[in-house]
Design a binder for this molecule. Structure first.
Ligand code: UGC
Ligand code: NI
Length: 163
């Protein structure tokens, strides 16, 4: 019997146990560039571990559609991972709490199109999941000597649906 998880709007508060939401909500921390730019300063907890370093990669991902079969979540024990869209389309962000080494009930968020996210180290999450073309993202994550990947496959998959 397939279990259903309903999408909800991404907010910094709801996402806080899992990571950071990067957006321009509220006033900027600094006004720079002769008053022509607001800087929302240092808004993500980046973590690349003692052996790793920061890397920026570009992901060009196939768009998915809702309802979405969530077959797998993964986590990166050695570092954080940020998804920064290079477009303004909402995308799907799935996370799950850890329950003694396996994921608990997943949560599914839809971004506004003007949000980026940063998963904290070792947070169960769905892989990058665009919902439109281009599925173009900058990804900031750990480059290092270890695999830095743990996967958990759901059988049966969860079904991600809008409310
Ligand atoms: N594997 C990879 O580079 N990306 C995944 O970690 C992901 O979360 O999409
Ligand atoms: Ni990942």
């Amino acid at each position: 019997m397939m279990q259903v998880v309903r999408t909800q709007a991404l907010t910094a508060t709801a996402f806080a146990p899992f990571g950071d939401v990067l957006d321009i909500d509220g006033a900027p921390d600094k006004i720079i560039n002769q008053g022509l730019c607001g800087r929302f300063h240092d808004r993500a907890k980046l973590d690349f571990g003692p052996e790793g370093r920061a890397g920026i990669s570009i992901f060009n991902a196939e768009p998915r559609a809702l309802p979405y079969a969530l077959n797998m979540v993964e986590r990166h024990p050695d570092g954080s991972q940020a998804f920064i869209p290079m477009h303004q389309h909402p995308f799907l962000v799935v996370v799950a709490p850890d329950a003694n080494g396996t994921p608990g009930t997943p949560l599914a968020f839809l971004t506004t199109g003007a949000q980026a996210i940063n998963f904290h180290r070792n947070t169960w999450h769905g892989v990058l999941t665009p919902l439109a073309t281009p599925g173009l993202f900058a990804v900031i994550d750990r480059i290092g000597p270890t695999p830095n990947l743990e996967e958990h496959w759901f059988t049966p998959p969860w079904e991600v649906r809008t409310p």
